[in-house]
Design a protein around this ligand. Structure first.
Ligand code: GUN
Length: 287
């Protein structure tokens, strides 16, 4: 069993991002990411703080907007519009979940798709599904693909089972693995015979948000197990969707929680921001 180490992979990715940021600054464009957080969700506050820290580490300008829970949808859309029109902003990220009185899809569709570094806009979703390379890909599944690549794991011909069908992870993960020639099964809460399906998997991606959901009896010997879960237990500790302690010994590769997928997600957000800045530099005729 080998650990897929997200701390090492993300550190490597961040070194490259730091370099790319320097190059862009030297030609006169400063990469800038705007992050909007609405309300007081504790997990979101932690994620946003990590994103801000990663920007600072790599030299990317971080523009933070922390808005109160009472912010109306039209106020949020007005801010997004200002950022859409600001030529100095390369990426716009609205942290999810949003308060209930705001319609998430309306918000996401109002982010300019060439600044949508989360890859949630329908145009970017469509580009990924169609196999186009010029859109933005959601950060968590992109991070997983980068990690597989770093460890020379080729998904081609492998049976990949994805547990969870969210727009943030499950669905884009399926598109990426399919584009990489894996055979895909997407499973979810209504799936029958989940255990049997998982037992047939060469790659399992667990993204359901249930602590220790994937148990030893669901995993075949030598499988590659990717754990996207970040569940906080009553004692304050973090736990993935995979029962790591018992599953790990059966796998060929497995991601730990913490220190697996999580750090890669943030690195890919920075990478998408740099991609956007590089597009800006091209439009300006600087490269
Ligand atoms: N909430 C949980 N994951 C994400 C993510 O990748 N992007 C945004 N914007 N919100 C999230």
């Amino acid at each position: 069993m080998k650990i897929l180490d997200g701390k090492i992979s993300s550190a490597n990715a961040k070194e490259q991002i730091k370099h790319d940021t320097e190059v862009l600054k030297n030609i006169g464009v400063e990469p800038a990411l705007a992050v909007i957080l609405v309300g007081e969700n504790k997990a979101s506050q932690t994620y946003v703080a990590s994103k801000e820290k990663a920007c600072i580490q790599t030299g990317i300008k971080s523009i933070m907007h922390r808005l109160p829970e009472s912010t109306t949808q039209s106020e949020l859309l007005a801010l997004i519009n200002v950022l859409n029109l600001d030529d100095g902003v390369d990426g716009i990220l609205v942290q999810l979940p949003l308060p209930k009185h705001i319609d998430t899809n309306t918000v996401l569709e109002n982010i300019r798709c060439d600044k949508d570094v989360d890859g949630f806009h329908a145009i970017n979703v469509g580009k990924l599904a169609s196999g186009f390379k010029d859109g933005f890909v959601p950060c968590t599944p992109l991070g997983i693909m980068n990690m597989l690549n770093e460890y020379n794991i080729d998904p081609a011909g492998k049976n990949a089972v994805i547990i969870g069908r969210s727009n943030i992870v499950g669905k884009p993960m399926a598109s990426l693995l399919l584009n990489a020639n894996a055979t895909i099964t997407i499973t979810h809460s209504k799936t029958k015979n989940l255990k049997e399906i998982c037992k047939n998997a060469d790659i399992i991606v667990a993204a359901i948000g249930k602590p220790n959901f994937v148990t030893k009896d669901m995993v075949k010997d030598g499988a590659i197990v990717i754990d996207v879960g970040i569940n906080r237990l009553d004692d304050g500790s973090l736990c993935g969707d995979v029962d790591f302690k018992n599953v790990a010994e059966k796998t060929s590769y497995i991601t730990p929680v913490p220190g697996g997928v999580g750090p890669m997600t943030i690195a890919m957000l920075l990478k998408n921001t740099i991609k956007s800045t590089q597009n800006r530099a091209k439009k300006l005729g600087l490269v």
